[in-house]
Design a protein around this ligand. Structure first.
Ligand SMILES: [Zn+2]
Length: 183
């Protein structure tokens, strides 16, 4: 049972920063600690995690250690990189917005997006590729993701310092969104 995933990624979908460079940066900033055995590219939270990811509310329900060897319900960080564009969409995600008129693109976008088809805006009829859409905070797409597992959607957010450090790697701005109850 995963409570939710906070995902950080370059705003430019085509950007795929060097994984080792990102790992080094996250280690230097101490967002991540030691790697998790048996889980590729996964790390325990580092000493500065709670300084780099801020939580709303006074007592975040967050656990940094697994209860046993099969437990994946604790907060950890995983990096994923892919050759192809990946789309991450929460189960009840709202439609992304049109790049021209900024209105929601409406029904049928999930299928079109997952098949990489052009989206035609029902309001202004602008045609656009999925990566041109304005994504909301419950979905996104890209080739590289930093996933922070088991945080409640909307409860946590990265501090500007962290996003700026990440931006220094590939000169792309970074954004973040939340995945909840996905498939
Ligand atoms: Zn439009």
């Amino acid at each position: 049972m995963n409570q939710g995933i906070l995902i950080l990624h370059p705003d430019n979908c085509e950007s795929h920063p060097d994984v080792q460079q990102v790992i080094q940066l996250l280690q230097r900033e101490r967002l991540i600690g030691s790697s998790i055995e048996g889980m590729p590219y996964s790390y325990f939270a580092g000493e500065m995690f709670l300084q780099l990811i801020t939580f709303m509310g006074c007592s975040p329900h967050i656990r940094f250690e697994p209860e046993d060897e099969h437990d994946k319900g604790f907060c950890y960080i995983r990096l994923t990189a892919s050759e192809t564009l990946q789309i991450r969409v929460s189960e009840h995600a709202r439609p992304p917005r049109c790049c021209a008129c900024k209105k929601p693109v409406g029904k049928g976008w999930r299928t079109a997006v997952s098949q990489g088809e052009q989206i035609t805006c029902p309001h202004c009829h602008q045609q656009q590729r999925p990566d041109q859409l304005s994504w909301r905070n419950d979905s996104g797409m890209g080739r590289f993701f930093i996933e922070i597992h088991n945080v409640f959607p909307g409860e946590a957010q990265p501090v500007p310092h962290l996003l700026l450090q990440l931006q220094s790697i590939d000169a792309s701005q970074w954004r973040y969104f939340y995945l909840h109850s996905w498939q």
